[in-house]
Ligand binder design. Structure first.
Ligand SMILES: [Mg+2]
Length: 391
């Protein structure tokens, strides 16, 4: 049995996992992202909401904004902002509770249209996908057509970025939202985003951005001028090299339709910090059982059970234990998670509690959930109660 203790930081996952490969030549990659997805779905259901400041947010004192309409964003409301603050900024906004079942259903329709448009599609969230258009003769026209078909069939508007790699495509799709359609070469991306902060680049998270600022790096152009040797020395060989390449919008990641789900988790931010061990145990056991319920329906099981505990002072600890055999038995996972919690014994009231199962095995290769997309490893900064959104 393996035991490990780690203090978690906001993960710069893409940076950690970037491998260094020779640049693939002449690819055309698109990134498609629905504009204000949850709000747009709500507006399709209730057209009278169109044009109004609309905010989809959870309830409770610690609820955060999941999506704000562009009208609401004009008041300074943004994703992940506490809902209470959003209410102060725009008291006349219409606040709606998220309806994840509906968003998942709309996402399925949307992704069926996206998959029909290219041979290789990588779904990276309910409303986001990369498409490899390299084989198409008229890739831009194909994306325009796809955007039109999505609007016609679902009522949703999208933004599209097209470039020679995933990084250019992703940053371009975000550059002129809503209804953006931005096509850039690598060189054009370097020029256009030269003065933007490094954190604009996917894979450069807040922790890396802070370390870069300490080196005097404030823009992507600054980063491009740092000698790769220095980046390697400060960030390690692979991450340093990856950062240097990111600064030049060089990226080799494939558009892959393999659904490499490696872990799944549930977590909950409590309305008030909890210190009663019995209450904490109840919450953890419930999440473990729910998690296993949905995983066993998908025919998945895992070997590594971990818990995440965020205390009232925001310090966050994870503890993990690897079992000899994969399981999706809720009682087994709950038992291990409770054991980890008992051993950790939080020293202060707990703000957030989570459980994760990793090291997946498919117990049935074509179970109903075998096609679930990757990307459910949620950023540590997210603070909603409904965190796992499998399609
Ligand atoms: Mg979106």
């Amino acid at each position: 049995m393996r035991f490990c203790l780690a203090v978690s930081h906001p993960p710069d996952a893409a940076l950690d996992s970037l491998s260094v490969l020779p640049e693939a030549a002449d690819r055309t990659i698109a990134h498609l992202d629905v504009d204000a997805f949850y709000v747009s779905v709500e507006c399709c259901r209730r057209p009278e909401l169109r044009g109004a400041p609309v905010v989809v947010a959870g309830s409770g004192p610690r609820a955060v904004v999941t999506t704000a309409s562009y009208e609401a964003r004009r008041y300074g409301i943004g994703s992940a902002m506490p809902a209470a603050k959003a209410r102060r900024l725009c008291p006349q906004a219409i606040f709606l509770a998220p309806d994840f079942a509906l968003y998942k259903q709309v996402s399925r329709e949307l992704m069926a249209l996206v998959r029909a448009a290219a041979t290789r599609v990588e779904v990276v969230g309910l409303d986001e996908a990369y498409l490899d258009l390299t084989e198409l003769s008229f890739p831009h026209a194909a994306m325009r057509r796809l955007v039109a078909v999505i609007a016609e069939r679902t009522g949703l508007t999208c933004s599209v970025g097209i470039g020679p790699n995933k990084q250019v495509a992703k940053v371009a799709s975000d550059a002129e939202k809503p209804t953006g359609f931005v096509v850039l070469t690598r060189e054009q991306a370097c020029t256009r985003f030269a003065q933007a902060p490094p954190a604009l680049i996917p894979g450069i998270g807040p922790k890396t951005a802070t370390r870069l600022r300490a080196l005097g790096v404030r823009t992507i152009e600054d980063l491009a001028q740092v000698p790769v040797e220095l980046l390697r020395e400060r960030f390690g060989t692979n991450a340093g090299r990856a950062l240097a390449r990111m600064a030049h919008f060089e990226h080799d990641g494939e558009v892959t339709d393999e659904r490499a789900v490696v872990s799944a988790s549930r977590e909950r931010t409590f309305d008030h910090d909890l210190s009663d061990p019995a209450e904490l145990q109840r919450a953890l056991a419930t999440m473990a059982r729910e998690l296993c319920g949905s995983l066993s329906k998908q025919g998945r099981s895992g070997r590594t059970v971990s818990i995440k505990v965020r205390l009232g002072d925001f310090s966050t600890v994870t503890r993990a234990r690897t079992l000899p055999q994969a399981t999706s038995d809720g009682e087994v996972v709950a038992d291990v998670a409770l054991g980890l919690l008992r051993e950790y014994r939080p020293s202060r009231p707990v703000r957030l509690l989570g459980v994760r199962l990793a090291g997946f095995h498919a117990t049935s290769a074509d179970g109903p959930g075998a096609g679930a997309p990757a990307g459910h490893n949620l950023p540590a900064a997210m603070a909603t109660d409904q965190l796992l959104l499998p399609l």
